[in-house]
Write a protein that binds this ligand. Structure first.
Ligand code: NAD
Length: 403
Protein backbone atom coordinates (compact mmCIF):
# COMPACT_ATOMS: atom_id res chain seq x y z
CA UNK A 1 0.00 0.00 0.00
CA UNK A 2 1.48 3.34 -1.05
CA UNK A 3 0.40 5.91 1.50
CA UNK A 4 0.84 9.64 0.94
CA UNK A 5 1.98 11.84 3.84
CA UNK A 6 -1.50 13.39 4.02
CA UNK A 7 -3.81 10.44 3.24
CA UNK A 8 -7.49 11.19 2.83
CA UNK A 9 -9.46 8.93 5.12
CA UNK A 10 -13.22 8.88 5.11
CA UNK A 11 -15.04 8.60 8.38
CA UNK A 12 -18.62 7.65 9.12
CA UNK A 13 -19.47 8.94 12.57
CA UNK A 14 -22.19 6.36 13.11
CA UNK A 15 -25.53 6.39 14.87
CA UNK A 16 -26.34 6.24 18.59
CA UNK A 17 -23.13 6.02 20.62
CA UNK A 18 -21.24 6.76 17.39
CA UNK A 19 -21.96 10.42 18.14
CA UNK A 20 -20.37 10.02 21.59
CA UNK A 21 -17.33 7.99 20.67
CA UNK A 22 -16.29 9.13 17.21
CA UNK A 23 -15.25 12.71 18.02
CA UNK A 24 -13.33 11.38 21.04
CA UNK A 25 -11.54 8.63 19.12
CA UNK A 26 -10.55 11.20 16.49
CA UNK A 27 -8.89 13.33 19.17
CA UNK A 28 -6.74 10.34 20.13
CA UNK A 29 -5.81 9.58 16.49
CA UNK A 30 -4.82 13.17 15.75
CA UNK A 31 -2.85 13.52 19.00
CA UNK A 32 -0.86 10.35 18.28
CA UNK A 33 -0.11 11.29 14.66
CA UNK A 34 1.02 14.76 15.78
CA UNK A 35 3.21 13.29 18.50
CA UNK A 36 4.96 10.89 16.13
CA UNK A 37 5.17 12.92 12.91
CA UNK A 38 4.74 16.56 13.91
CA UNK A 39 3.42 18.29 10.76
CA UNK A 40 5.23 15.88 8.39
CA UNK A 41 2.30 13.51 8.20
CA UNK A 42 -1.33 14.06 8.96
CA UNK A 43 -4.70 12.53 8.23
CA UNK A 44 -6.91 14.51 5.91
CA UNK A 45 -10.28 13.51 7.40
CA UNK A 46 -13.25 13.41 5.07
CA UNK A 47 -16.71 13.19 6.56
CA UNK A 48 -18.91 10.58 4.86
CA UNK A 49 -22.62 10.18 5.38
CA UNK A 50 -24.34 6.91 6.24
CA UNK A 51 -27.07 5.71 8.58
CA UNK A 52 -29.48 8.02 10.40
CA UNK A 53 -27.46 11.15 9.64
CA UNK A 54 -27.56 10.35 5.90
CA UNK A 55 -31.26 9.59 5.99
CA UNK A 56 -32.03 12.89 7.72
CA UNK A 57 -30.21 14.98 5.12
CA UNK A 58 -30.42 12.81 1.96
CA UNK A 59 -33.41 10.56 2.46
CA UNK A 60 -31.27 7.43 2.05
CA UNK A 61 -29.20 5.38 4.46
CA UNK A 62 -26.21 4.74 2.23
CA UNK A 63 -25.73 7.45 -0.43
CA UNK A 64 -23.83 6.38 -3.56
CA UNK A 65 -21.27 9.12 -3.06
CA UNK A 66 -20.24 7.58 0.29
CA UNK A 67 -19.46 4.30 -1.47
CA UNK A 68 -17.70 6.13 -4.31
CA UNK A 69 -15.53 8.08 -1.87
CA UNK A 70 -14.50 4.95 -0.01
CA UNK A 71 -13.66 3.31 -3.34
CA UNK A 72 -11.48 6.27 -4.23
CA UNK A 73 -9.74 6.74 -0.87
CA UNK A 74 -9.39 2.96 -0.22
CA UNK A 75 -9.61 3.39 3.54
CA UNK A 76 -12.42 4.42 5.88
CA UNK A 77 -13.22 4.17 9.56
CA UNK A 78 -16.70 4.04 10.99
CA UNK A 79 -18.78 4.05 14.12
CA UNK A 80 -21.78 1.73 14.49
CA UNK A 81 -24.79 2.07 12.21
CA UNK A 82 -28.30 1.10 13.15
CA UNK A 83 -30.17 -1.21 10.83
CA UNK A 84 -33.64 0.22 10.28
CA UNK A 85 -36.33 -2.17 11.46
CA UNK A 86 -38.42 -3.66 8.66
CA UNK A 87 -38.07 -6.61 6.35
CA UNK A 88 -37.18 -4.55 3.29
CA UNK A 89 -34.01 -3.06 4.86
CA UNK A 90 -30.67 -4.72 4.49
CA UNK A 91 -28.00 -3.97 7.06
CA UNK A 92 -25.88 -1.01 5.92
CA UNK A 93 -22.82 -2.77 7.32
CA UNK A 94 -23.48 -5.91 5.30
CA UNK A 95 -24.16 -3.80 2.18
CA UNK A 96 -20.85 -1.93 2.58
CA UNK A 97 -18.96 -5.20 2.98
CA UNK A 98 -20.58 -6.76 -0.06
CA UNK A 99 -20.38 -3.74 -2.39
CA UNK A 100 -16.67 -3.34 -1.70
CA UNK A 101 -16.10 -7.11 -1.55
CA UNK A 102 -14.44 -6.75 1.86
CA UNK A 103 -14.07 -10.47 2.22
CA UNK A 104 -11.92 -10.65 5.34
CA UNK A 105 -13.34 -9.55 8.66
CA UNK A 106 -10.32 -9.34 10.94
CA UNK A 107 -10.81 -9.22 14.69
CA UNK A 108 -7.86 -9.34 17.07
CA UNK A 109 -8.78 -10.25 20.64
CA UNK A 110 -6.23 -9.37 23.27
CA UNK A 111 -6.32 -8.90 27.01
CA UNK A 112 -5.23 -5.67 28.74
CA UNK A 113 -4.15 -5.83 32.38
CA UNK A 114 -6.52 -3.96 34.66
CA UNK A 115 -9.72 -5.06 32.95
CA UNK A 116 -12.09 -7.37 34.79
CA UNK A 117 -12.81 -10.62 33.01
CA UNK A 118 -15.29 -13.41 33.70
CA UNK A 119 -12.62 -16.05 33.02
CA UNK A 120 -9.77 -17.19 35.28
CA UNK A 121 -6.80 -16.49 33.02
CA UNK A 122 -7.76 -13.83 30.47
CA UNK A 123 -4.09 -13.01 29.85
CA UNK A 124 -3.96 -16.29 27.93
CA UNK A 125 -6.34 -14.92 25.30
CA UNK A 126 -4.47 -13.57 22.30
CA UNK A 127 -6.15 -14.57 19.07
CA UNK A 128 -6.97 -13.06 15.72
CA UNK A 129 -10.14 -14.14 13.99
CA UNK A 130 -10.35 -14.14 10.19
CA UNK A 131 -14.03 -14.36 9.40
CA UNK A 132 -15.21 -14.80 5.81
CA UNK A 133 -17.37 -11.79 5.21
CA UNK A 134 -19.27 -12.17 1.95
CA UNK A 135 -20.67 -15.71 1.76
CA UNK A 136 -22.38 -18.27 3.96
CA UNK A 137 -25.87 -17.84 5.31
CA UNK A 138 -25.10 -14.08 5.56
CA UNK A 139 -25.13 -13.71 1.77
CA UNK A 140 -28.67 -12.53 2.33
CA UNK A 141 -30.49 -15.08 0.13
CA UNK A 142 -33.58 -15.73 2.20
CA UNK A 143 -37.25 -16.25 1.44
CA UNK A 144 -40.01 -15.79 3.96
CA UNK A 145 -42.28 -18.51 5.23
CA UNK A 146 -44.97 -19.43 2.68
CA UNK A 147 -43.55 -17.05 0.05
CA UNK A 148 -43.92 -18.31 -3.50
CA UNK A 149 -40.11 -18.54 -3.78
CA UNK A 150 -39.91 -20.80 -0.71
CA UNK A 151 -42.72 -22.97 -2.01
CA UNK A 152 -41.04 -23.26 -5.41
CA UNK A 153 -37.72 -24.16 -3.82
CA UNK A 154 -39.34 -26.79 -1.61
CA UNK A 155 -41.12 -28.31 -4.62
CA UNK A 156 -37.91 -28.27 -6.60
CA UNK A 157 -35.95 -29.98 -3.82
CA UNK A 158 -38.57 -32.67 -3.41
CA UNK A 159 -39.30 -33.22 -7.09
CA UNK A 160 -35.94 -32.79 -8.78
CA UNK A 161 -33.48 -33.69 -6.06
CA UNK A 162 -35.61 -36.21 -4.17
CA UNK A 163 -34.81 -34.67 -0.81
CA UNK A 164 -37.12 -37.10 0.91
CA UNK A 165 -35.21 -37.80 4.05
CA UNK A 166 -35.87 -34.34 5.41
CA UNK A 167 -39.47 -33.21 5.36
CA UNK A 168 -40.02 -29.55 4.69
CA UNK A 169 -43.24 -28.22 6.04
CA UNK A 170 -44.81 -26.31 3.13
CA UNK A 171 -44.66 -23.19 5.29
CA UNK A 172 -40.88 -23.20 5.82
CA UNK A 173 -38.86 -20.04 5.40
CA UNK A 174 -35.75 -20.83 3.39
CA UNK A 175 -32.19 -19.48 3.65
CA UNK A 176 -29.36 -20.36 1.28
CA UNK A 177 -25.79 -20.98 2.42
CA UNK A 178 -23.34 -20.46 -0.44
CA UNK A 179 -19.70 -21.32 0.32
CA UNK A 180 -17.24 -21.35 -2.57
CA UNK A 181 -13.69 -22.68 -2.92
CA UNK A 182 -12.47 -19.27 -4.14
CA UNK A 183 -14.23 -17.41 -1.34
CA UNK A 184 -12.85 -19.77 1.29
CA UNK A 185 -9.36 -19.92 -0.14
CA UNK A 186 -8.79 -16.17 -0.35
CA UNK A 187 -9.87 -15.81 3.29
CA UNK A 188 -7.61 -18.64 4.44
CA UNK A 189 -4.70 -17.21 2.41
CA UNK A 190 -5.20 -13.86 4.16
CA UNK A 191 -5.05 -15.66 7.52
CA UNK A 192 -1.78 -17.39 6.56
CA UNK A 193 -0.24 -14.16 5.24
CA UNK A 194 -1.13 -12.53 8.54
CA UNK A 195 0.27 -15.46 10.56
CA UNK A 196 3.58 -15.19 8.73
CA UNK A 197 3.75 -11.40 9.04
CA UNK A 198 2.94 -11.47 12.75
CA UNK A 199 5.12 -14.51 13.48
CA UNK A 200 2.20 -16.62 14.69
CA UNK A 201 2.72 -20.35 15.15
CA UNK A 202 -0.73 -21.82 14.73
CA UNK A 203 -3.68 -21.45 12.34
CA UNK A 204 -6.96 -23.23 13.12
CA UNK A 205 -9.92 -23.68 10.75
CA UNK A 206 -13.20 -23.63 12.65
CA UNK A 207 -16.21 -25.25 10.97
CA UNK A 208 -19.27 -27.47 11.36
CA UNK A 209 -18.19 -29.88 8.64
CA UNK A 210 -19.44 -32.84 10.64
CA UNK A 211 -23.01 -31.70 9.91
CA UNK A 212 -22.72 -29.50 6.79
CA UNK A 213 -20.36 -31.63 4.72
CA UNK A 214 -20.13 -29.60 1.54
CA UNK A 215 -20.27 -26.03 2.83
CA UNK A 216 -18.50 -26.09 6.21
CA UNK A 217 -16.70 -29.34 5.32
CA UNK A 218 -15.68 -27.74 2.02
CA UNK A 219 -14.18 -24.79 3.89
CA UNK A 220 -12.05 -27.20 5.95
CA UNK A 221 -10.93 -29.12 2.86
CA UNK A 222 -10.04 -25.99 0.87
CA UNK A 223 -8.29 -24.59 3.93
CA UNK A 224 -5.93 -27.56 4.06
CA UNK A 225 -5.34 -27.21 0.31
CA UNK A 226 -4.23 -23.60 0.83
CA UNK A 227 -1.97 -24.71 3.70
CA UNK A 228 0.16 -26.60 1.16
CA UNK A 229 1.23 -23.24 -0.36
CA UNK A 230 2.65 -22.07 2.96
CA UNK A 231 5.42 -23.31 5.28
CA UNK A 232 3.13 -25.47 7.40
CA UNK A 233 2.87 -28.76 9.23
CA UNK A 234 -0.77 -29.84 9.29
CA UNK A 235 -2.87 -32.04 11.54
CA UNK A 236 -3.51 -34.19 8.45
CA UNK A 237 0.23 -34.87 8.11
CA UNK A 238 0.42 -35.53 11.84
CA UNK A 239 -2.42 -38.07 11.71
CA UNK A 240 -0.93 -39.84 8.69
CA UNK A 241 2.44 -40.27 10.37
CA UNK A 242 0.71 -41.40 13.55
CA UNK A 243 -1.25 -44.04 11.67
CA UNK A 244 1.79 -45.32 9.82
CA UNK A 245 4.54 -44.97 12.43
CA UNK A 246 2.90 -44.26 15.77
CA UNK A 247 2.38 -41.27 18.06
CA UNK A 248 5.98 -40.92 19.12
CA UNK A 249 7.14 -40.43 15.53
CA UNK A 250 4.34 -37.98 14.65
CA UNK A 251 5.15 -35.91 17.78
CA UNK A 252 8.81 -35.94 16.82
CA UNK A 253 8.18 -34.79 13.26
CA UNK A 254 5.78 -32.12 14.44
CA UNK A 255 8.38 -30.75 16.86
CA UNK A 256 11.06 -30.71 14.17
CA UNK A 257 8.70 -28.88 11.77
CA UNK A 258 7.72 -26.29 14.39
CA UNK A 259 11.32 -25.73 15.45
CA UNK A 260 12.20 -25.02 11.84
CA UNK A 261 9.63 -22.20 11.87
CA UNK A 262 6.67 -23.94 10.24
CA UNK A 263 3.11 -23.01 11.22
CA UNK A 264 1.00 -25.76 12.79
CA UNK A 265 -2.38 -26.02 11.07
CA UNK A 266 -5.35 -27.83 12.51
CA UNK A 267 -9.13 -27.57 12.57
CA UNK A 268 -11.85 -27.63 15.18
CA UNK A 269 -15.57 -28.17 15.13
CA UNK A 270 -17.25 -24.92 16.11
CA UNK A 271 -19.13 -26.11 19.20
CA UNK A 272 -16.06 -27.81 20.63
CA UNK A 273 -13.98 -24.75 19.71
CA UNK A 274 -16.29 -22.46 21.72
CA UNK A 275 -15.67 -24.73 24.70
CA UNK A 276 -11.92 -24.88 24.05
CA UNK A 277 -11.47 -21.10 23.95
CA UNK A 278 -12.74 -20.94 27.50
CA UNK A 279 -10.77 -23.94 28.77
CA UNK A 280 -7.51 -23.53 26.81
CA UNK A 281 -7.47 -20.20 24.95
CA UNK A 282 -3.67 -20.21 24.69
CA UNK A 283 -3.91 -23.19 22.33
CA UNK A 284 -5.09 -20.88 19.54
CA UNK A 285 -3.50 -17.98 17.69
CA UNK A 286 -5.01 -17.35 14.26
CA UNK A 287 -8.50 -18.62 13.52
CA UNK A 288 -10.03 -18.81 10.04
CA UNK A 289 -13.73 -19.45 9.80
CA UNK A 290 -16.95 -18.85 7.89
CA UNK A 291 -19.26 -15.90 8.37
CA UNK A 292 -21.77 -17.07 10.97
CA UNK A 293 -19.26 -19.01 13.10
CA UNK A 294 -16.99 -15.98 13.01
CA UNK A 295 -19.74 -13.72 14.27
CA UNK A 296 -20.42 -15.89 17.32
CA UNK A 297 -16.76 -16.59 18.05
CA UNK A 298 -15.73 -12.91 17.91
CA UNK A 299 -18.30 -11.84 20.49
CA UNK A 300 -17.67 -14.85 22.74
CA UNK A 301 -13.95 -14.07 22.73
CA UNK A 302 -14.49 -10.35 23.21
CA UNK A 303 -16.50 -11.11 26.36
CA UNK A 304 -13.47 -12.89 27.84
CA UNK A 305 -11.28 -9.80 27.61
CA UNK A 306 -13.72 -7.12 28.71
CA UNK A 307 -16.60 -7.05 26.26
CA UNK A 308 -17.56 -5.42 23.00
CA UNK A 309 -16.61 -1.97 24.33
CA UNK A 310 -12.97 -2.86 23.63
CA UNK A 311 -13.31 -5.18 20.62
CA UNK A 312 -11.91 -3.76 17.38
CA UNK A 313 -12.44 -4.96 13.82
CA UNK A 314 -11.58 -4.39 10.18
CA UNK A 315 -13.15 -5.45 6.90
CA UNK A 316 -10.53 -5.81 4.23
CA UNK A 317 -10.05 -6.80 0.60
CA UNK A 318 -6.31 -7.45 0.41
CA UNK A 319 -6.26 -7.44 -3.40
CA UNK A 320 -8.01 -4.11 -4.05
CA UNK A 321 -6.65 -2.59 -0.82
CA UNK A 322 -10.11 -1.42 0.30
CA UNK A 323 -10.54 -1.50 4.05
CA UNK A 324 -13.12 -0.28 6.54
CA UNK A 325 -12.13 -0.22 10.19
CA UNK A 326 -15.01 -0.26 12.66
CA UNK A 327 -16.16 -0.54 16.22
CA UNK A 328 -17.64 -4.02 16.38
CA UNK A 329 -20.45 -3.12 18.77
CA UNK A 330 -23.81 -1.67 17.80
CA UNK A 331 -25.32 1.75 18.36
CA UNK A 332 -26.05 0.99 22.04
CA UNK A 333 -29.33 2.97 22.17
CA UNK A 334 -29.55 2.37 25.95
CA UNK A 335 -26.51 4.56 26.64
CA UNK A 336 -26.37 6.79 23.54
CA UNK A 337 -26.03 10.55 24.09
CA UNK A 338 -24.97 10.16 27.75
CA UNK A 339 -21.20 10.51 27.29
CA UNK A 340 -20.62 7.20 29.09
CA UNK A 341 -19.82 4.79 26.23
CA UNK A 342 -16.39 3.24 25.97
CA UNK A 343 -14.55 4.59 22.89
CA UNK A 344 -11.85 1.87 23.06
CA UNK A 345 -13.34 -0.42 20.42
CA UNK A 346 -13.19 2.39 17.87
CA UNK A 347 -9.77 3.55 19.11
CA UNK A 348 -8.36 0.02 18.76
CA UNK A 349 -9.90 -0.18 15.29
CA UNK A 350 -7.89 2.97 14.60
CA UNK A 351 -4.79 1.13 15.83
CA UNK A 352 -5.50 -1.52 13.18
CA UNK A 353 -5.95 1.23 10.61
CA UNK A 354 -2.58 2.80 11.43
CA UNK A 355 -0.95 -0.65 11.19
CA UNK A 356 -2.58 -1.08 7.79
CA UNK A 357 -1.24 2.32 6.70
CA UNK A 358 2.21 1.25 7.87
CA UNK A 359 2.20 3.98 10.54
CA UNK A 360 3.36 1.43 13.10
CA UNK A 361 4.70 3.93 15.63
CA UNK A 362 1.36 5.72 15.81
CA UNK A 363 -0.43 2.40 16.34
CA UNK A 364 2.01 1.42 19.08
CA UNK A 365 1.75 4.75 20.87
CA UNK A 366 -2.05 4.56 21.03
CA UNK A 367 -1.87 1.00 22.33
CA UNK A 368 0.66 1.97 24.98
CA UNK A 369 -1.62 4.83 26.09
CA UNK A 370 -4.61 2.49 26.32
CA UNK A 371 -2.63 -0.16 28.24
CA UNK A 372 -1.36 2.45 30.69
CA UNK A 373 -4.85 3.86 31.25
CA UNK A 374 -6.44 0.46 31.84
CA UNK A 375 -3.56 -0.55 34.09
CA UNK A 376 -3.95 2.58 36.22
CA UNK A 377 -7.68 1.94 36.63
CA UNK A 378 -8.81 4.72 34.28
CA UNK A 379 -11.93 2.94 33.03
CA UNK A 380 -15.36 3.69 31.65
CA UNK A 381 -18.55 2.36 33.26
CA UNK A 382 -18.84 -0.80 31.13
CA UNK A 383 -15.49 -1.92 32.58
CA UNK A 384 -16.47 -1.06 36.13
CA UNK A 385 -14.90 2.42 36.14
CA UNK A 386 -16.25 5.91 36.75
CA UNK A 387 -14.89 7.89 33.81
CA UNK A 388 -17.11 9.40 31.15
CA UNK A 389 -16.26 8.97 27.45
CA UNK A 390 -14.60 12.36 27.30
CA UNK A 391 -12.75 12.01 30.63
CA UNK A 392 -11.34 8.65 29.57
CA UNK A 393 -10.23 10.23 26.28
CA UNK A 394 -8.64 13.17 28.15
CA UNK A 395 -6.49 10.63 30.01
CA UNK A 396 -5.35 9.06 26.74
CA UNK A 397 -4.63 12.35 25.00
CA UNK A 398 -2.71 13.65 28.01
CA UNK A 399 -0.67 10.45 28.15
CA UNK A 400 0.15 10.74 24.44
CA UNK A 401 1.15 14.42 24.77
CA UNK A 402 3.47 13.67 27.69
CA UNK A 403 4.99 10.53 26.19
P1 NAD B 1 -25.19 -3.08 20.89
O1 NAD B 1 -23.80 -3.53 20.60
O2 NAD B 1 -25.56 -1.74 20.40
O3 NAD B 1 -25.43 -3.11 22.47
C1 NAD B 1 -25.31 -4.29 23.25
C2 NAD B 1 -24.93 -3.90 24.69
O4 NAD B 1 -23.57 -3.47 24.73
C3 NAD B 1 -25.76 -2.74 25.24
O5 NAD B 1 -26.00 -2.96 26.61
C4 NAD B 1 -24.83 -1.55 25.07
O6 NAD B 1 -25.05 -0.51 26.01
C5 NAD B 1 -23.45 -2.15 25.26
N1 NAD B 1 -22.44 -1.42 24.49
C6 NAD B 1 -22.29 -1.39 23.14
N2 NAD B 1 -21.29 -0.58 22.80
C7 NAD B 1 -20.78 -0.08 23.94
C8 NAD B 1 -19.72 0.83 24.24
N3 NAD B 1 -18.96 1.37 23.28
N4 NAD B 1 -19.49 1.13 25.53
C9 NAD B 1 -20.21 0.59 26.52
N5 NAD B 1 -21.22 -0.28 26.31
C10 NAD B 1 -21.50 -0.61 25.03
O7 NAD B 1 -26.17 -4.19 20.29
P2 NAD B 1 -27.74 -4.12 20.00
O8 NAD B 1 -28.42 -3.39 21.10
O9 NAD B 1 -28.13 -5.50 19.70
O10 NAD B 1 -27.87 -3.30 18.65
C11 NAD B 1 -28.31 -1.93 18.57
C12 NAD B 1 -28.25 -1.47 17.11
O11 NAD B 1 -26.91 -1.55 16.60
C13 NAD B 1 -29.09 -2.28 16.12
O12 NAD B 1 -29.74 -1.38 15.24
C14 NAD B 1 -28.09 -3.13 15.36
O13 NAD B 1 -28.54 -3.42 14.06
C15 NAD B 1 -26.90 -2.20 15.33
N6 NAD B 1 -25.60 -2.89 15.18
C16 NAD B 1 -24.66 -2.29 14.41
C17 NAD B 1 -23.40 -2.86 14.29
C18 NAD B 1 -22.37 -2.17 13.44
O14 NAD B 1 -22.58 -1.06 12.98
N7 NAD B 1 -21.21 -2.77 13.20
C19 NAD B 1 -23.08 -4.03 14.99
C20 NAD B 1 -24.07 -4.62 15.81
C21 NAD B 1 -25.33 -4.02 15.91
Amino acid sequence: LIVPDYPTIGYIRGDGVGEDIFPQAKRVFDAAVLKIFGEKKKIDWQKLLAGGEAFASRGEYLPDETLEQIKENLIAIKGPLMTPVGESFRSINVTLRQKLDLYACVRPVEYFTGIKSPVRAPEKVNMTIFRENTEDIYAGIEFSSSSKESKKLINFLERELSVHSIRFPETSAIGIKPVSPDGSKRLVSAAFDYAIKMNKKRVTFVHKGNIMKFTEGGFRKWGYEVAKNYPTFTKLEYDKIKEEKGTEQSEKEKNIALKSGKIYVDDAIADNFLQQIILNPDNFEVVATLNLNGDYISDALAAQVGGIGIAPGANINYESGHAIFEATHGTAPDIAGKNIANPSSLILSGVMMFEYLGWQEVAELIKIALSASFHSGALTADLGGKLSTSEFTDTLVQYIKNY
